[in-house]
Design a protein around this ligand. Structure first.
Ligand code: HGY
Ligand code: MN
Ligand code: MN
Length: 426
């Protein structure tokens, strides 16, 4: 496939950079950059995204899972779509590029195809997946799970601390939760899925390589954990009479830190984090009676994801019981380790080479919507470096030339998969 495609010539990383700047203005001004899924700010940003998609020649809809989807018809109207996309929601105090570059680069690819008059054989869809970040309901990848039928009734019933269920929130952004008992896309419905994302790690930057060709993603399991003790006066309750839930939570956090640290090896990647913790009554003069925390485990080893949580809770239970504390844990989400489709991985690598970019094959320690799309379609991801490998923080940064490389490789890969046939093509 020639890298002299007309559409590649009209691609504009400057136009894409301008969209990035504009989208980042939809943030909590006190906590740049914060645009939480389902928030009024997120809903306002989606109106802007809709307009950007329409200006790129895309026809826009919101599916039952709350995903915002722009579609460009192909020469073969009944052919299966090629899909790209990512997410526009952020973590608290997040970055300006995590997920966002994948959505906006997809819009730029569509605009270049539309403006150049270069039509793919296959229809082309650009998706802003709903709530890829762990939402206030404790569930991540809400839209991509819904797309492939992996959003369970239990997940839809999860409640946010501020109240309301995930199902209600999906309806709020235009989805139809009652229609999510079946997948919106089945295996064989899509021709291929390719996502552009920042690496969120240090490898590409350290090796000064502009393009990452993602081979696989870690699996992620999350537990909602409740440590229960007894709230008491902090001044009058002797140390020997306390049931301090926060002491128990601290023991659990220490235990998981050491457990995960010891489990890593050359072949096995294991990380564990407690990033969310809520203390009740959370007063400086009251012994904590209850602590709710979210425990997250990630690994490339499926066995670790199955066993780790249960092992950890059994290990810490005796020490908590000795303090008169209770421990309850609920597994709220579980995504298996995922291998990307070798044929798509090859296409991305060949695209980088055809465009003169060095590339490196590497796994992803971050989760992505692509995990769910890979379950039903040939899938792959393109990474670009980010400053000091940092993400999920205001310091997250990229450079224009890095973005340009990623955008061109994404477009070239889409043009290439348009000419490919995949084993399950019927
Ligand atoms: O948490 C993740 O891995 C992704 O950045 N949401
Ligand atoms: Mn993220
Ligand atoms: Mn992301």
């Amino acid at each position: 496939m020639s890298s002299q495609h007309v559409a590649l010539q009209v691609l504009s990383s400057q136009r894409l950079w301008q969209r990035l700047e504009t989208l980042s203005t939809f943030t909590d001004p006190e906590r740049p950059w914060t645009r939480r899924a389902f928030s009024p700010r997120f809903i306002a940003s989606r109106q802007w995204l809709t307009e950007q998609m329409q200006q790129a020649g895309l026809s826009v809809r919101i599916d039952s899972g709350g995903n915002l989807i722009g579609r460009l018809e192909g020469k073969q109207p009944h052919a299966k779509a090629i899909m790209t996309g990512s997410h526009s929601d952020t973590v608290f105090d997040g970055g300006r590029y995590d997920g966002i570059i994948g959505v906006l680069a997809g819009i730029e690819v569509a605009k270049a195809l539309h403006d150049s008059g270069e039509q793919l054989d296959h229809p082309f869809e650009v998706v802003d997946f709903l709530s890829e970040e762990p939402s206030d309901f404790g569930v991540s990848c809400v839209g991509s799970r819904a797309m492939v039928g992996a959003l369970s009734a239990d997940m839809l019933a999860q409640r946010a601390p501020a109240g309301g269920t995930l199902a209600e929130a999906i309806a709020l952004v235009g989805g139809a939760p009652d229609k999510l008992t079946v997948p919106l896309y089945q295996t064989g419905d899509l021709h291929a899925f390719v996502e552009l994302h920042i690496e969120q790690g240090p490898v590409l930057e350290r090796q000064q390589i502009p393009i990452g060709v993602v081979t696989d993603l870690v699996g992620i399991r999350r537990f909602r954990v409740m440590v229960t003790g007894q709230p008491d006066h902090s001044g009058t309750t002797p140390m020997t009479h306390r049931k301090d839930a926060l002491v128990g939570a601290a023991m659990l956090i220490q235990a998981t830190y050491h457990k995960a640290s010891q489990m890593n090896s050359d072949q096995r990647y294991v990380v564990s984090t407690v990033g969310y913790l809520s203390v009740t009554p959370n007063s400086s003069n009251a012994v904590p009676g209850k602590v709710e925390l979210m425990l997250e485990i990630r690994s490339n080893d499926a066995e670790v994801l199955v066993q780790y949580g249960e092992q950890l809770f059994a290990e810490v239970q005796p020490a908590l019981q000795a303090l008169g504390l209770g421990l309850q844990a609920e597994s709220v989400s579980y995504g298996k380790p995922t291998q990307f489709t070798p044929q798509v991985v090859d296409v991305i690598e060949h695209s980088a080479k055809a465009l003169g970019y060095d590339s490196l094959r590497l796994p992803s320690g971050a989760g992505h919507d692509a995990v769910y799309l890979a379950a039903i379609a040939p899938a792959g991801m393109v990474f670009i470096p980010c400053l000091n490998g940092r993400s999920h923080c205001p310091e997250e940064a990229i450079k224009l030339d890095e973005l340009e490389a990623g955008l061109k490789v994404l477009m070239h890969s889409i043009l290439a998969v348009d000419q490919q046939t995949f084993p399950d093509d019927r």
